[in-house]
Write a protein that binds this ligand. Structure first.
Ligand code: ZN
Length: 385
């Protein structure tokens, strides 16, 4: 296997899952081993792609398709949910200024909730959409007509048309992100803007073991990819969106650029960080088992978090049948089930539960649990990953 970004051979395997029960970004299990490699050429981190990746995104990848409004929680402030779309719209408007009536293409758009919300904000622009599945058409139809979207391939008439291309959490999924960048370069006008968000594996460490994320970008590998595909990197922001890298790049017309590779010290710094994250995940199953064996109480056990970390805990337990509830603040998940376990709000957690496995990003987990008002007067024991 070669690096998606610089084509160096990938020989340094930094992580391999202990079992064939891997987890996808949709928190479903995938029967296969997760293998992750580090590229010593450009600092990229890359996983072995899953079988039939095109079919997976065309037919199986149903992100947030239950309803128009369904969304993920970005953060909870004073008990109020801030949704991901809301935050993405705000960040985009802070970072990019576009002319009146600008043409914007949302590349790898899924429902394109961001464009949908933008059309309701009194901004005059022409939105266009592209994805590799037709399953989102029912959502697109609600705010656009058919000539504003393309599926599977981008028509030649769209070349040199767009003032901006947006890409919200899509490049990490692609087996050939460099091809996507070439296509984006093609459709932008000279000096057109590419604006994107991708997971930051250094701050959202779950990204390393998500089996359907082929690419785990580091700031240096993202910078290299953009430069090598004919973009001037305006900004890579590690703080604007928690756990993610937000980037702004400008199309340089023509395409004969040979990009300089990251320096050895940049590569070594990235390598050190990624090896630390790999060790964390190698130990995580053992941590869950140790705590599971130590639980002696007769009361019930719950997992906090119906997302990736919560699912990881659930699938790591020797006796998952002992979990009575999953707790989550997202009203779109409450009332549903995760692997047969009912999802409840913190307020509706029955008094019979006295132990909670916390399935949240370990960087913020302790702080978030302290902020849950409903838990303050309860005698709960928490286990942190
Ligand atoms: Zn590379």
């Amino acid at each position: 296997m070669n690096c998606n970004l610089c084509n160096s051979p990938l020989t340094d395997k930094i992580y391999e899952s202990g079992s064939t029960r891997s987890l996808t970004s949709l928190c479903t299990t995938y029967a296969g081993i997760t293998e992750v490699y580090f590229c010593h050429g450009c600092g990229h981190v890359q996983s072995l792609e899953i079988d039939n990746i095109a079919g997976y995104y065309d037919h199986d990848y149903d992100i947030l398709v239950t309803s128009e409004e369904e969304d993920q929680i970005y953060e909870v402030i004073n008990g109020e949910n801030i949704y991901r779309t809301e935050h993405q719209v705000e960040t985009l408007l802070n970072k990019v200024t576009l002319p009146q009536d600008a043409k914007i293409l949302d590349y790898g758009c899924a429902k394109s909730s961001t464009m949908n919300v933008l059309t309701t904000m009194g901004i005059t622009f022409q939105p266009y959409l592209f994805d590799v599945s037709d399953r989102y058409i029912p959502f697109w139809k609600n705010f656009l007509s058919e000539e504003h979207w393309a599926i599977y391939s981008i028509p030649n008439e769209w070349d040199n048309q767009f003032n901006a291309v947006t890409s919200f959490f899509s490049l990490e999924h692609m087996a050939q992100p460099q091809n996507a960048l070439r296509e984006i370069h093609r459709v932008l006008i000279p000096s057109g803007i590419l604006y994107g968000i991708i997971p930051n594996v250094f701050t959202n460490i779950a990204d390393l073991i998500v089996v359907d994320h082929v690419n785990h970008f580091t700031p240096v590998s993202l910078d290299y990819m953009l430069r090598s595909q004919g973009f001037d990197v305006v900004e890579i922001d590690e703080n604007a969106h928690k756990g993610a890298l937000v980037f702004v790049a400008k199309k340089i017309p023509g395409h004969s650029i040979v990009a300089a590779m990251p320096t050895l010290s940049e590569i070594n710094a990235a390598y050190k960080k990624i090896c630390g994250i790999s060790v964390y995940w190698k130990d995580a199953n053992g941590k869950v088992s140790t705590y599971e064996q130590a639980i002696t109480g007769k009361k019930q056990i719950a997992i906090y978090g119906a997302g990736f970390y919560g699912t990881f805990i659930l699938t790591s337990l020797a006796q998952p049948e002992k979990i009575a509830y999953i707790i989550d603040q997202n009203p779109f998940l409450q009332g549903k089930e995760l692997n047969g376990k009912p999802i409840v709000s913190p307020a509706n957690l029955p008094e019979t539960v006295d132990t909670v496995f916390v399935g949240l990003n370990p960087t913020h987990a302790r702080k978030l649990m302290v902020e849950i008002a409903e838990f303050r007067n309860r005698d709960l024991t928490f286990f942190y990953l």
